[in-house]
Design a protein around this ligand. Sequence first.
Ligand code: PGA
Length: 253
Amino acid sequence: MRDQIVAGNWKMNKDLSQAENLVAEIQQQVNGQSVKADKVILAPPYVYLNYLTERLSGSNGLHVAAQNCHQELAGAYTGEISAAMLKSLAVEYVILGHSERREYFQESNELLARKVDTALDQGIIPIFCCGEPLSIRETDQQETFVNGQLTESLFHLPQESISQLIVAYEPIWAIGTGRTATAEQAQQMHASIRQHIAGKYGAQIANKIPILYGGSCKPSNASEIFAGADVDGGLIGGASLNADDFIAIANSL
Ligand code: PGA
């Protein structure tokens, strides 16, 4: 069976003491009960990564992700953070290709292919985000659009690399908008993503890859969305900033 995963993307939120409080509450809740998710991943801003990896080392089921990394390993790139640095902090995962990075920082499928390679070379597992804007959904082109993102950023990888990845399907029209994909829409896209991967790498590999749903996921809608056969958990933005909500979602699997 595939790992069932809930990942919290804090984006650019929380000052240090708020971050410390949030992680303490999550840790307490995860340690105090057995959450249903096999893995709970926290993706704080870069500046808190060291604090989280140290604090959570040896903490059962809790893992740390970065929200991005640079495609080069070192050099004159003022303000950037490399996958080698993340590795030195024992960060296990990195979110790549979030739609906000694609939109506000002009990250292309081609650039993301390079970031995926760099992360994997460092032994860091990409949580690769894909998803269509509203204009594409309105013309029913979402499967072609998302398949294109996967093909251009991932399909150069050898089998043993792609099978390590986590994919997150996040329809852009559902991110931070309060508008969620229906459980049927999510399942349909997840099945289409898996089928597209199977077309290139075979069903055995495709069936291993966890595909998370993201976009206005909250305690009230998580169980319904996660019930889809190809939905293996969620990438949570807004609701991951509150420990009770986030843990309730991790228990909706
Ligand atoms: P949201 O964000 O849950 O706030 O919609 C999801 C994401 O951007 O990963």
